[in-house]
Design a protein around this ligand. Structure first.
Ligand SMILES: Nc1ncnc2c1ncn2[C@@H]1O[C@H](COP(=O)(O)OP(=O)(O)O)[C@@H](O)[C@H]1O
Ligand SMILES: [Mg+2]
Length: 227
């Protein structure tokens, strides 16, 4: 792997992420930290499956021009992926930045909604839409990262769950930002208005933005009902 590390960006329970250069280009290397990585039943390991699925899905969607990192090298045996380094900082930091105007914050939320919708239009659910997995650049455009729990999907339910996760996080962690979820959903809805009807893909047709938003309401009332 021709990756030249320079600094560690992140150390979590399951992954370690280094910033550096790959063929002279800004890159990150994500390394799965799992003591049992080299178990003989490698393919059965959850971490292995996640890394494989992350690489597969990112490769599948990158060609569609989505704001996601390009995959440059995959070494499954050692649990390492080298990918394009995305500029920007996590949405969570943007939402906490007191120096930003409400208009700037809204732009980040609106563009996040649009990026999630572009993903959904390709029949892919993210599966882990936390404000740490969305990177916001200087122009407040939103890129998506961390696809270990993503899946190809056609049923409306999992799309609705993606939105519900955002809904919960924005409500619980950022209650001070007025209408945060509505601004996000505006971006989600308007992406369909801009891009036109969802296209028929090889496995079927992903649900339209308005169907997914309707499902979000159903999920919300189910959650309220069951506590
Ligand atoms: N392609 C990337 N470009 C820039 N930063 C990244 C990239 N991938 C990961 N990171 C940084 O590393 C952190 C952890 O990576 P992530 O893929 O979310 O791992 P985990 O599955 O452990 O959450 C991210 O929150 C982000 O700050
Ligand atoms: Mg993450």
């Amino acid at each position: 792997m021709v990756f030249l590390p320079d600094s560690r960006l992140y150390l979590g329970a399951e992954a370690e992420v280094w910033s550096g250069l790959w063929m002279g280009k800004p890159a990150v290397r994500k390394l799965r930290r799992n003591r049992a990585w080299r178990h003989p039943d490698l393919e059965k390991r959850l971490g292995y499956r996640r890394m494989l699925s992350e690489a597969r899905i990112l490769i599948r969607i990158k060609n569609s021009g989505l704001p996601v990192p390009a995959i440059w090298d995959v070494d499954l045996e050692n649990g390492r992926i080298v990918m394009e380094k995305i500029a920007g900082r996590p949405l969570i930091e943007v939402l906490r930045d007191q120096s930003l105007t409400k208009q700037q914050i809204d732009k980040a939320l609106f563009n996040t909604g649009a990026s999630v919708r572009l993903l959904h239009r390709l029949a892919v659910t993210h599966g882990d839409l936390s404000t740490n997995n969305i990177l916001i650049d200087e122009d407040f455009n939103a890129a998506l990262i961390d696809f270990g729990l993503s899946a190809v999907e056609y049923e409306v339910e999992r799309f609705g769950i993606d939105l519900h996760v955002m809904d919960e996080i924005l409500g619980a962690s950022h209650p001070n930002i007025e209408n945060a979820i509505d601004v996000f959903l505006d971006g989600y809805r308007q992406c369909d208005a801009r891009e036109g009807p969802t296209l028929e893909l090889s496995g079927g047709k992903p649900p339209a933005a308005k169907e997914v938003i309707k499902r979000l309401d159903d999920v919300r009332s189910r959650v309220r009902y069951h506590g």
